[in-house]
Design a protein around this ligand. Structure first.
Ligand code: NAD
Length: 454
């Protein structure tokens, strides 16, 4: 690991990656490779998660390709030094801000979108001119192996290197000094990463998770709301960091919503979702058991069954849930949706604000006052009004958490910014050297200084 880090640092110090053309070429290579490797990536994701090809394209390959296109198009503009105003006191000089790469970046990704969450940060890191060590999750071995092979065939290891393996290799990796660490995963491991980074004073981005509320008020279009919320819970079987975690619905529309949700699930997955081959399964038996356990102290009013043989769980809605129910004690990360109800909007704010700040929040409403309160009073990483999840597909919206759901952001320009240090340089001409700041100080010089520094 140390050798790799040293090799990459030496390569970085050749300044090759500072050249914008070099970076664009590297990104173009990745874009072409994604096309070529698509069948193998699809096979691997089918093996690891039972993800169908359509979902693999929509949520992994297509997303990275779109991110690559946007970045390749915009990179020249993003990389340009920016001139800023220089106060008269510093005359005659020019001040510029220059984006520069950090150096050697470590990217660690989780298992739930193993391609997207590995390659999207990589696109950002390479666009900014960094060398990268990439550590995909060991929970998706087939996909991680394909990624290692693909990236290994595209780049020399002094530029991009993939490290495979479990906790042991991660532990050794984290002992090395990196110039930036970009971690996507659970808040628990987030603590470990930040601890390790602190030893080297390495800056970090933590893309974590948490319980993302989905609020529905009495004015919502329930049919559309149910479809869009069900989409968020069915996609990747709810194993999405920004999936609506729990439903907080106005009591007057709860029963009607449940009916619409049942209909939406049937329309999307048929009468027997457990038999639907295109419905992603739960990553492993441990998580399957955890999710089945979460349902025990509530009443399923939609779904509720699981199949241990295929590791599929029906899209489920849980009623008779209280804030102390099992499903409200942890991030669900599965197709299970507990329902809590409210009467007055203030209860929504009180409840959400008294809990750790979520990565995402959603509101379904046609009431402009509630929309405004949602956007202005609640604190969360990002979210949508009248939809779920899709805010992360907009390049112009920085994606990241706040508080317990993470720090820092990426996507589009925000990703380039995350992996860049903005270096400030003032360049002064020599033809004039104003004497006020030099000893010996005089009353006259002070007067002039006071004039300038107003
Ligand atoms: P995880 O934290 O268990 O693993 C993430 C990465 O950390 C993996 O590469 C894993 O190998 C490594 N890791 C695991 N345990 C470690 C340890 N003890 N020491 C060092 N490294 C370790 O997360 P996960 O289970 O793979 O993913 C699920 C979590 O990730 C959820 O909380 C979810 O919300 C979050 N997530 C967040 C985002 C986001 O963009 N904010 C995206 C996807 C998932």
């Amino acid at each position: 690991m140390q050798q790799i880090a040293n090799l990459q640092r030496r390569f970085f110090n050749t300044h090759a990656t500072r050249d914008v053309k070099f970076r664009r070429d590297a990104l173009k290579k990745l874009r072409a490779a994604l096309k070529e490797w698509e069948p193998r990536i699809c096979d691997a994701l089918q093996k690891d998660l039972g993800k169908c090809a359509m979902e693999t394209f929509m949520t992994e390959i297509g997303m990275v390709t779109s991110s690559l296109n946007h970045t390749i198009r915009s990179l020249r503009g993003w990389s340009k030094p920016r001139r800023v105003h220089t106060p008269l006191a510093q005359f005659p000089s020019v001040s510029r801000v220059l984006p520069e790469p950090y150096g050697v970046a470590l990217i660690m990704s989780p298992w739930n979108y193993p391609v997207l969450l590995c390659l999207d940060p990589l696109v950002a890191a390479l666009s900014a001119g960094n060398c990268c060590v990439v550590k995909p999750s060991s929970m998706t071995p087939a996909t991680s192996a394909v990624l290692a092979e693909m990236l290994g065939s595209l780049y020399p290891k002094e530029y991009v290197h993939v490290v495979l393996g479990g906790r042991d290799s991660t532990g050794v990796l984290l002992e090395q000094k990196f110039d930036y660490i970009f971690f996507t995963g659970s808040p628990t491991v987030g603590h470990i990463i930040m601890d390790a980074a602190a030893r080297h004073l390495t800056p970090v981005t933590l893309e974590l998770g948490g319980k993302s509320p989905c609020i529905v008020d009495a004015s919502a279009n329930l049919r559309v709301a149910a479809r869009r919320i069900a989409f968020g819970k069915i996609l990747n079987a709810g194993q999405t960091c920004v999936a609506p975690d729990y439903l907080f619905i106005h009591h007057s529309v709860k029963d009607a919503f449940v009916q619409e949700y049942r209909r939406a699930v049937t329309e999307m997955l048929g009468e027997e979702p457990l038999k639907n081959e295109e419905f992603t399964y739960i990553i492993c038996k441990r998580h399957f058991d955890r999710l089945m356990e979460l349902m025990q102290d509530a009443t399923p009013v939609v779904g509720g069954k699981g199949d241990a043989a295929t590791l599929r769980i029906e899209p489920t809605v849980l009623d008779d849930v209280t804030p102390s129910s099992a499903s409200m004690q942890q991030e669900i990360f599965g197709p299970v949706l507990p329902i809590l109800t409210w009467d007055k909007w203030d209860e929504v704010e009180q409840f959400v604000l008294s809990r750790p700040r979520p990565l995402a929040s959603y509101l379904f409403s046609t009431d402009s006052a509630n929309k405004k309160r949602f956007s202005q009073h609640l604190s969360f990483g990002g979210g949508c009004i009248n939809d779920t999840i899709i805010h992360l597909a907009v390049h112009g919206l920085p994606f990241g958490g706040i508080g317990d759901s993470g720090m820092g952001s990426y996507h589009g320009k925000a990703g380039f910014d995350t992996f860049s240090h903005y270096k400030s340089v003032l360049s002064k001409a020599n033809w004039l050297d104003l004497p006020f700041r030099y000893h010996p100080y005089s009353k006259w010089a002070e007067k002039i200084l006071r004039l300038f520094l107003r």
